[in-house]
Unconditional design. Structure first.
Length: 269
């Protein structure tokens, strides 16, 4: 592709080191502790994802709780990404760009987490067009270059890495992760390009999970002891058709302090 460019490490306060990427806590009104912890001084948070309604996206109007949370993270130097559901490539382009513009204008995000992205070669051109359009929208709104994270559930075709700053190369349970293997092509790229999101990790296996992330070449991780759980309702906010699903990443891990102390160290360690 003609528009390939060098891609920097994650923009967080500990860029270049093993750090944390938060795929989306619950709404700040019902998860104030979680959002406050992201701004803890010295926490190695590479980025955090904002999902305004529980179904994801920017919402229909600016949310005061999310505005406050976004401002706090910007002040702390924590990059905030807007959550965009790509629906495996079926999301209408105009709808996607409208939502992206709201994230940029209302919440001042520094990029996007493009969730449920396709992984096959056949969908690569359409995905490239969508990501390119997101970057154009940011430029039109006067924002600096975006940090885009592509949320796939497994290693996609390597061509996808040319489109974005980071790929979510694994998102799943500890039972799957402990026996997983990195795709061979990832060895040609630095760890800063890959993120792993793992749920259901017992406290006694936290260090093992972080070792696997290092071995498999991930520079950004999120590890939690939470498992699939019902979403927490938000008073006065419509939850939509996906609210009956579960999200193990919406709460703070029980061993958050240990994660903070064990990440932020050099990836090569």
């Amino acid at each position: 592709m003609s528009d390939l460019r060098p891609v920097p490490a994650p923009p967080g306060r500990c860029a270049g080191r093993l750090g944390v990427g938060v795929p989306g806590y619950a709404h700040p009104m019902v998860a104030p502790v979680e959002w406050a912890e992201l701004a803890r001084p010295g926490a190695p948070v590479h980025w955090a994802v904002l999902k305004v309604p529980v179904t994801g996206g920017a919402g229909a109007r600016p949310d005061p709780y999310c505005l406050t949370a976004a401002a706090r993270l910007r002040s702390a130097g924590v990059p905030l990404l807007g959550h965009l559901d790509f629906r495996r490539g079926s999301r209408p382009g105009a709808e996607l760009l409208t939502e992206a513009g709201r994230f940029l204008d209302w919440y001042g995000v520094g990029g996007f987490y493009v969730d449920r992205a396709p992984a096959a070669l056949a969908a690569l051109p359409a995905t490239a067009a969508a990501v390119g359009a997101l970057r154009s929208v940011a430029a039109e709104h006067g924002h600096p270059p975006l940090h885009v994270v592509l949320g796939t559930d497994a290693y996609p075709h390597p061509g996808y890495l040319d489109l974005v700053e980071q790929l979510v190369a694994f998102r799943g349970s500890w039972a799957e992760y402990r026996w997983s293997e990195a795709a061979a092509w990832t060895a040609d790229h630095p760890p800063s390009r890959f993120c792993h999101l793992v749920h259901g990790v017992p406290r006694g296996h936290l260090e093992e999970a972080l070792r696997i992330a290092r071995w498999q070449g991930a520079g950004t991780v999120y590890v939690t002891d939470a498992t699939d759980r019902p979403r927490r309702p938000i008073p006065g906010v419509s939850s939509g058709s996906r609210s009956s699903g579960t999200d193990p990443f919406e709460t703070l891990p029980g061993y958050w302090d240990e994660i903070i102390s064990r990440t932020g160290t050099a990836i090569s360690e």
